[in-house]
Design a protein around this ligand. Structure first.
Ligand code: KG4
Ligand code: ZN
Length: 372
């Protein structure tokens, strides 16, 4: 939705349309400038992750306060990085939903102020649309990009979006034209990573921690592992496109309780799960992290491949915070390569929340409006 009347109505008459994006949906404050929806010009991001780790998760009011402090500084930084492009902005884009309401409201108020001050239109961007646009950005391919990495995406393609709040598969037909074909029936994958990490006594955010501990387990010879086979079953192992992660989370909980039960089958009195998890030997917690990550990534990759088998687009894209997961990237790369399918995911800094993808989505919203 465009909420301010543009003082420069013929936006697309110019060969370069620069948008300033603002992102504050969760615990990253970010400001960025993007040219023509794909070319990153400037970006400044401040993460609250270290602060929120002290609380074991995001505290919405505190997050909003931190956004308020960070945004003016990031805005100035972005302005000076932009080498004059700031003076040729066409619109301001801001994340409007979904996200933490106090955090979103802060970004929105700041964006309104900037749009009003610069006499530019304000475009509201859905956070999921922004993640889906992150693969359209013309970044250099990651250094470890596999052979079947497709730097310039084409349409239609299958888009797997995996974040802390959402997990879904889309048939992406054009920028900002996505048909949802599968989604989680309960928890998002990132949420499951975070909750399981907490049960095992790992730090917030759980995704990177689970990944780190899974690597620790992987480095230990399997013969000395206590859990010789994967104790978890693949959720919704069917030919369709929906996910479910809450049963897996419960299975982790049950496993922790059973591993904490002594030889006389005495269920521990203190069944506060985090305490039980923390009390398990480190190597065993690492093994659980490993198997959990294997199961989640098998599910994600399996469903994306199901979708590709049906729609035969030739390309699968991977976006959202969980797209930063090394094992997920590896698995998706190897299965797609075997099947002759291309793959695209953003650089690590564009997987988690950032304003560059918001500015990109804002551009395509305006472009679509101008073509109606
Ligand atoms: O997209 P994002 O930054 O925020 C939301 O829109 O939710 O995603 C955050 C999620 C968190 O659940 C975090 O644990 C997860 O992404 N995440 C990861 C990794 N890095 C971040 N999950 C698995 N492996 C990672 N390396
Ligand atoms: Zn996100």
């Amino acid at each position: 939705m465009c909420t301010f009347q543009s003082k420069r109505p013929r936006l697309f008459a110019s060969s370069s349309v620069n948008l300033l994006g603002i992102e504050t949906s969760c615990d990253e404050s970010s400001v960025a400038i993007v040219k023509n929806g794909t070319k990153p010009i400037a970006e400044a991001t401040a993460s609250q992750v270290k602060l929120m780790a002290k609380y074991g998760g995001v505290v919405p009011e505190l997050s909003a306060r931190k956004h308020l402090e960070a945004l003016p500084i990031l805005f100035e930084e972005c302005k000076s990085q932009s080498g004059g492009v700031f003076n040729r902005l066409s619109a301001i884009a801001v994340t409007n939903n979904p996200g933490l309401p106090p955090a979103l409201a802060t970004g929105r108020a700041f964006a309104e102020g900037v749009a009003f001050g610069l006499e530019l239109p304000l475009v509201e961007v859905n956070h999921l649309d922004a993640h889906l646009c992150s693969v359209l950005l013309e970044d250099d391919p990651p250094k470890d990009a596999p052979k079947n990495f497709q730097n310039r995406v084409f349409f239609p393609h299958v888009a797997l979006l995996v974040s802390g709040g959402h997990t879904g598969i889309f048939l992406s037909k054009a920028p900002m034209r996505h048909e949802l074909i599968g989604s989680t029936r309960d928890d998002a994958a990132g949420e499951a990573f975070d909750k399981v990490a907490r049960m095992l006594g790992f730090k917030y955010p759980g995704g990177p921690e689970i990944s780190r501990w899974a690597d620790v387990a992987f480095a230990i010879p399997k013969k000395s592992w206590r859990l010789k086979v994967n104790p978890f079953t693949l959720p919704l192992a069917d030919e369709l496109f929906d996910f479910s992660f809450s049963g897996l989370k419960t299975a982790v909980r049950r496993l922790i309780v059973s591993l904490s039960t002594d030889e006389k089958n005495k269920v521990p009195k203190d069944i506060e799960i985090e305490k039980l998890g923390c009390a398990l030997p480190t190597s065993l917690r690492a093994e659980i992290a490993y198997y959990f990550q294997e199961t989640v990534t098998d599910s994600l990759v399996g469903k994306a491949l199901n979708a590709e088998t049906k729609f035969k687009t030739g390309l699968i894209t991977l976006t959202g915070g969980v797209a930063a997961n090394k094992r997920l990237r590896e698995k998706l790369s190897s299965f797609t390569a075997k099947a002759g399918i291309k793959i695209k995911y953003p650089n690590l800094n564009r997987c988690t929340d950032n304003a560059t993808m918001v500015a990109s989505a804002g551009y395509f919203i305006l472009l679509n409006q101008s073509q109606k």
